[in-house]
Design a protein around this ligand. Structure first.
Ligand code: 5GP
Length: 195
């Protein structure tokens, strides 16, 4: 795990990664482990709901029209068209609500969005890049996940290539090779910032 500098006063922790690198698994693990101290920033998205996902828990699933209203009314801290026609964004209300509870806010967002949050909140925000062991392993993981159409799979791979070059924008690089080790390292990292 690469470390740039140590702060303990973050109130936001952003996990980002190229698609398929395993960040959602890491984020879910941390939320289970530190339920009392961490809150999840539920994003808005226009992508279809996957099996098992719950509206208002995993995401707020919106139509493109509803999402446009959020943009027009300036209700998003950041938003990206992560895949063609698929919008994702962080709601101002989510951040406000969670910070009021005194919990640290955990984000699971794409690389561009994470860069925006880091730029906006600077030292209040710990930004962690989850790195897959290699590009080909990541492609295989994404294929095994089998959640994408061929077209969407192609788009994701294109994006992954671009995102793999951005790890240096973040405070920590967390290598996700063996999941057990990654989860332990993530716990250690977060524990240091929860005290
Ligand atoms: P998925 O469709 O697999 O849930 O997510 C696709 C990508 O969108 C992931 O990298 C996820 O972290 C990212 N994402 C989720 N919510 C947001 C958000 O609010 N803003 C941005 N920029 N990306 C997001």
């Amino acid at each position: 795990m690469a470390e740039k500098e140590l702060h303990t006063d973050y109130d936001m922790i952003v996990f980002t990664a190229p698609s398929g690198a395993g960040k959602t698994t890491v984020v879910k693990h941390l939320l289970n482990k530190y339920t009392e101290k961490l809150g999840f920033s539920i994003s808005a998205t226009t992508r279809d709901r996957r099996e098992g996902e719950i509206d208002g828990k995993d995401y707020y699933f919106l139509s493109v029209e509803e999402f446009r209203v959020l943009i027009d009314e300036d209700k998003l801290i950041e938003w990206e068209e992560v895949y063609p026609g698929k919008y994702y964004g962080t709601l101002k209300t989510e951040v406000g609500r969670m910070l009021e509870t005194g919990k640290k806010l955990l984000f699971d967002i794409d690389v561009m969005g994470a860069e925006s949050i880091k730029e906006k909140y600077g030292d209040r925000c710990l930004a962690v890049f989850v790195k897959p062991p290699s590009f080909s392993i990541l492609v295989n993981r994404l294929r095994d996940r089998n959640t994408e159409s061929p077209e969407s799979f192609k788009n994701r791979i294109k994006k992954v290539k671009r995102e793999m070059t951005h790890e240096h924008s973040f405070d920590y690089v967390l290598l996700n090779d063996e999941l057990e080790d990654t989860l332990r390292n993530a716990e250690e990292l977060i524990k240091n910032h929860l005290s």
